[in-house]
Design a protein around this ligand. Structure first.
Ligand SMILES: *[C@@H]1O[C@H](CO)[C@@H](O)[C@H](O)[C@H]1NC(C)=O
Ligand SMILES: *[C@@H]1O[C@H](CO)[C@@H](O)[C@H](O)[C@H]1NC(C)=O
Ligand SMILES: *[C@@H]1O[C@H](CO)[C@@H](O)[C@H](O)[C@H]1NC(C)=O
Length: 319
């Protein structure tokens, strides 16, 4: 009997599409390693933000990026007062990995994320050249300090999510099609306020992780002080077994979405913009209790952006 059940289990682990792990580490990005793994994109903001993305040399010269042995910082300029008419926006950074990833797991150990009225930070994955055909996964994103975090997929038409899923978050729109409702996407709201913004930072941040297979995408969040952080996530070691990570915060199954069709190899992008299409909408900006108009506030109050920075302990990629 023992022999039979063992071979049945072995067979099940070969054919079952959900058992994708364990994974081995393929990239360990720490400190100045970020400068090799990522490229600084000094582009104009496609989402019309009040921002001036600078290149790496400028970012380093202005200390908008800073690396030590075990920290990597990305920040907005918190010194310069801008003129409302004569400027494109506050200097900030947008970085994109040189490598692109299909099936993978990634663990983001984040100590601090940008906060402040007008801020719109994001850690996400996409294929910019083919968007939206190559898909988009927003892992950490929000505006104007309004948590909790929202995890969202954006795709071309034909990818939808079931209403009932095994996740701790709350499903929002189920259609991932970018052409519906102004590119709302199919989102999941994280269950706790400490998943985003000032509340995330007050607790020392935490870990976000993604697992992308050919049949699902899962995203997890564990706050720094949580007692259920998996040991392999906490240690950032050479392998992870996602099967031990528990129920994800957001689960995107392939019930009505053929993932290999809608998602190509994606880069990881980390960006911090201001105002623009989402954060800058008057109803959203003032609705968050933010003063003045978004553009005026961003231009005139440099010290309000002292905490508009990412501090990353590491990003580990597993394939
Ligand atoms: C920043 O990230 C979000 C992620 O969803 C994206 O929609 C937006 O276009 C990005 N902004 C810029 C300027 O890249
Ligand atoms: C640059 O930023 C880092 C990280 O915030 C900080 O520790 C350092 O003192 C800054 N350096 C200068 C010259 O301002
Ligand atoms: C989801 O994955 C299963 C297992 O590989 C496959 O049989 C099924 O066709 C997939 N569904 C879609 C909609 O692609």
């Amino acid at each position: 009997m023992k022999t039979v059940s063992a071979s049945v289990l072995a067979l099940a682990s070969i054919v079952s599409p959900v058992l994708a792990g364990p994974y081995s580490r393929s990239q360990n990005i720490v400190g100045s390693g970020f400068y090799n793994a990522f490229n600084f994109e000094a582009i104009s903001d496609p989402t019309h933000g009040r921002v001036k993305y600078v290149n790496m040399a400028t970012a380093q010269a202005q200390n908008l990026t800073f690396a030590s042995a075990n920290k990597f910082v990305l920040r907005a300029d918190a010194k310069t007062t801008l003129s409302d008419s004569g400027s494109v926006g506050r200097s900030s950074v947008r970085i994109r990995t040189n490598a692109a990833y299909t099936t993978h797991a990634a663990v983001f150990d984040i100590q601090h994320m940008p906060q402040g009225c007008g801020t719109w930070p994001a850690i996400w994955e996409t294929d910019e050249a083919r968007w939206p055909a190559g898909g988009e996964v927003d892992i950490l994103e929000g505006v104007n300090d309004q948590g909790p975090n929202q995890i969202t997929l954006h795709t071309s038409p034909g990818c939808t999510m079931p209403a009932t899923r095994t996740q701790t978050g709350t499903s929002l729109q189920l259609d991932c099609n970018t052409a519906i409702n102004g590119n709302t996407g199919c989102g999941v709201r994280a269950p706790t306020a400490n998943s985003y913004g000032p509340s995330f930072n007050a607790g020392g941040g935490g870990w976000y992780a993604i697992e992308r297979t050919t049949t699902f995408i899962n995203v997890w969040f564990w706050p720094r002080g949580a007692t259920n952080v998996p040991a392999d996530v906490r240690s950032g070691g050479t392998s992870v077994n996602t099967a031990g990570w528990g129920t994800p915060t957001a689960n995107f199954p392939n019930t009505s979405c053929n993932f290999p069709q809608f998602f190509s190899a994606n880069n990881i992008i980390i960006n911090l913009t201001f105002c623009g299409d989402w954060a800058g909408q008057a109803g959203i900006y003032n609705g968050a209790g933010c003063p003045s108009t978004c553009i005026n506030y961003v231009d005139q109050n440099p010290t309000a952006f002292t905490n508009a920075y990412f501090e990353l302990n590491s990003i580990n990629i597993y394939t």
